[in-house]
Design a protein around this ligand. Structure first.
Ligand code: PNS
Length: 174
């Protein structure tokens, strides 16, 4: 749907945490589409590194310079959320061939459920192709450097957590 306010695209994900790979894809989407909603999945089963509110705050801070990017949360089917928002595009990042099969399945299932919503795939810059939220969490938990792999706001929050854990060794970093 192209309305007076243009094409609305949804960039969905867990964003736990937001990585430079995500930022790269969201910036590309913001150049291509009129408005972009970064939609954080409310997943009650997982024990997240960052709470939903923290993840929203991180996204908002990271994209303050992008007036056409907003952050929101969603529950349930992504296509239901997309249609409720009037979005016609879902944007996903493809890092490697390994991502393809699952993403392809999801894109076709989403199109089956909502023929009016298309999925577009974008490739991040090569230097970000090996980054995933899962690896960031693992490297951080084991004391490795994640500098340059996540936005500065994520790095700062994680550094603060590590500091906190040094001061209060009983408070385990998550
Ligand atoms: O960052 P993630 O965890 O890889 O994101 C996965 C996400 C949120 C895009 C996917 O799990 C999703 O769309 N969940 C919503 C539930 C849904 O619509 N399921 C049917 C997908 S075909």
């Amino acid at each position: 749907m192209t309305s007076a306010s243009g094409i609305l695209a949804i960039c969905p994900g867990s964003f736990d945490p937001l990585t430079m790979g995500h930022v790269d894809i969201i910036e590309r989407a913001a150049r291509l589409y009129d408005r972009v909603v970064v939609a954080v999945l409310v997943n009650r089963e997982k024990a997240p590194m960052f709470s939903l509110d923290e993840r929203l705050a991180i996204i908002r801070e990271t994209f303050t310079g992008h007036p056409n990017v907003e952050a929101d949360t969603f529950e349930g089917l992504l296509v239901d959320y997309a249609m409720a928002r009037g979005a016609t595009v879902i944007v996903k990042g493809l890092r490697a061939v390994a991502d393809f099969e699952y993403e392809y399945q999801m894109a076709l299932m989403n199109r089956h459920l909502a023929p009016g919503v298309d999925t577009t795939f974008m490739m991040p810059a090569e230097r970000y192709t090996y980054i995933s939220s899962r690896l960031i969490k693992e490297v951080f938990a084991l004391g490795g450097s994640i500098e340059g792999l996540v936005p500065p706001v994520v790095e700062a929050r994680l550094r603060a957590r590590r500091q906190q854990a040094l001061i209060h060794p009983d408070a385990r970093p998550t």
